[in-house]
Write a protein that binds this ligand. Structure first.
Ligand code: AMP
Length: 289
């Protein structure tokens, strides 16, 4: 397994193999890898004959008061996890390699990037879409793997790929969770042991929503109110948003006429955690005969 740091090197290394490769898989990450990232890599390994992973803490997707400087990094450990997961090449550029002096091009998705996280992180998806488009253009993968953990990101990237006719398939991979239900995240490392306990309120909120829908609730407002009140019962937690959206357009849904997506962002102390789940309305009973 090689670790390459420049665009030229990576392109050159892939170029030699492209002719005899049927499928190149690509897993973009910000590093500090865990079993969630590993699931993406293993899926890519199953489906592709070359697997490239990038490790790049993308500065343009962080707001001015966010955690860019303290974002956890550990390249040696990440290389070990990539090797175990069957990655062939790591791309680990620095910021100047991806955003050289004079960089002035941005990829912007409009409506979908103003929903959910976008309302609180105004430049975030512009940074994500720009870096992913750059990375797709450098690696030229046949398939790119993204986690459902970042559902809004996954759907926005699908939109970019469609709208720009990029020649690759976007593959979504289900969220990998800790045994107590908390979604794996590099940012979980910020949590103190008591905060980590308190974070359980997040998967509990998802489960409560599922339960209300299973009991037949179709209106989203009472579901959202029940989640707000559950989370308010955990003193270390503060809701940033909780919303139920159409999974394709990310427009708010008032009634569960079809499968929806519940998305939320919750601060546990100073750490912001996001999570989401599908909400499938109960099928109406079959007509009596
Ligand atoms: P990140 O390094 O946090 O930018 O994440 C890189 C990729 O891994 C993204 O596509 C994430 O959605 C995905 N990912 C992160 N955490 C998880 C998880 N717990 N389960 C599945 N995928 C994840």
């Amino acid at each position: 397994m090689e670790t390459l740091t420049t665009v030229a090197e990576l392109r050159e290394t892939i170029r030699g193999r492209r002719a005899y490769l049927k499928r190149i898989g690509f897993v973009p990450t910000m590093g500090y890898l865990h079993a969630g990232h590993e699931a993406l890599m293993r899926k890519a390994r199953e489906e592709c004959d070359l697997v490239v992973a990038s490790i790049f803490v993308n500065p343009t997707q962080f707001g001015p008061t966010e955690d860019l400087d303290k974002y956890p990094r550990d390249l040696t450990r990440d290389q070990e996890l990539c090797r175990r997961a069957g990655v062939d090449m790591i791309f680990h550029p620095d910021a100047a390699e991806i955003y050289p002096r004079g960089n002035d091009t941005w990829v912007n998705v409009e409506a979908m990037a103003t929903a959910a996280c976008g309302a609180f992180r105004p430049e975030h998806f512009r940074g994500v879409c720009t870096v992913c488009t750059k990375l797709f253009s450098i690696v030229r993968p046949d398939r790119a793997y993204f986690g459902e953990k970042d559902f809004q990101q996954l759907q926005i990237i699908r939109r970019v790929v469609k709208d720009l006719f990029l020649p690759l398939a976007v593959v979504g991979v289900p969220t990998v969770r800790e045994p107590d239900g908390v979604a794996m995240s590099s940012r979980n490392s910020y949590l103190t042991p008591t905060e980590r306990q308190a974070a359980r309120v997040v998967p509990r909120a998802l489960a409560l929503a599922q339960e209300l829908v299973a009991r037949g609730e179709q209106a989203t407002e009472p579901i959202l109110a029940a989640l707000e009140s559950l989370i308010a019962g955990q003193p270390m937690a503060r809701v940033q948003y909780v919303t139920i959206l159409d999974p394709e357009t990310l427009a708010p849904m008032r009634v569960l006429t079809h499968e929806a997506r519940l998305l939320l962002a919750v601060f546990i102390g100073k750490t912001r955690l996001i999570d989401n789940t599908a909400l499938a309305p109960k099928a109406p009973p079959p007509p009596a005969v």
